[in-house]
Ligand binder design. Structure first.
Ligand code: PRP
Ligand code: ZN
Ligand code: MG
Length: 226
């Protein structure tokens, strides 16, 4: 479906770690919004750039479907969905446009505290719980390891204690969650942070000019932050 839209639409996380910094960064680019009653759609006031507040995992798909033009999402989510699309033969439809300098974390393998880590070969035949099966499978293949990937949508850290898995592959930021669950990180699969994501193809019409202006302002804002 080809939709002609003059306004730019940016998807950001509705709630969670990236929500407030994403909004603040966009506001520092001169964007402002009138709050809508349900707060899921924020109409742009200063510029014709609207916000859509969604679950972060939905952001790549919204860009792929052309429902949104841009999105602020973790590189981990973007990469995972990109790998998954490649695996299933779906064309790549989104890409990372800019790293945004907040929301730093890493996707790591974590094992029970009492394991003595000797290296990836230790994972052979083990069950690994994760929310990132495509990234994990890609890494395992690269290491030549056969392991069982147990896909969970959340609370991955509890899986070893419940006997669902032997170890996990999840995001680590401060490390507090791992420590609280008697787990320790042993290998990093991906260094992540919030990124600006956009379509794999170029924008057209009004939206091309708007996107270009926004990127210019964003680059200025990011420069003064560092
Ligand atoms: C992430 C991740 C870990 C936690 C790690 O979850 O899945 O559970 O953060 O952070 P820490 O190292 O600072 O403890 P998040 O809270 O973002 O929620 P989610 O798992 O529901 O996406
Ligand atoms: Zn999420
Ligand atoms: Mg979590």
């Amino acid at each position: 479906t080809v939709e002609t839209r003059d306004r730019l639409r940016i998807a950001i996380q509705k709630s969670g770690r990236l929500a407030d910094p994403a909004r603040a960064l966009l506001a520092s680019c001169g964007l402002s919004w009138r709050e809508s009653r349900d707060r899921l759609f924020c109409y742009g006031e200063a510029l014709p750039i609207d916000l859509l507040l969604v679950r972060d995992d939905d952001i790549p798909g919204l860009i792929a479907d052309g429902v949104c033009d841009l999105g602020v999402v973790g590189r981990n989510v973007l990469r995972e969905q990109d790998f998954e699309r490649r695996r299933s033969g779906t064309p790549t439809a989104f890409r990372e446009l800019r790293p945004l300098g907040f929301g730093a974390c890493r996707l790591a393998l974590a094992v029970p505290d009492d394991w003595t880590w000797t290296g990836p070969t230790q994972l052979e035949g083990r069950r690994i719980a994760t929310t990132y099966p495509a990234l994990l499978r890609d890494w395992l293949a690269g290491e030549g390891i056969q392991a069982d990937v147990v896909t969970l949508s959340g609370s991955v850290e509890i899986a070893p204690r419940l006997g669902q898995a032997d170890l996990i592959c999840d995001l680590v930021s401060s490390g507090v969650t791992l420590a609280a669950n008697q787990l320790k990180p042993v290998a990093t699969l991906l260094e992540s942070e919030a990124v600006l994501a956009g379509p794999a193809s170029e924008f057209e019409g009004e939206r091309a000019a708007l996107a270009e202006m926004l990127l210019r302002r964003l680059d200025g804002a990011l420069r003064t932050r560092h």
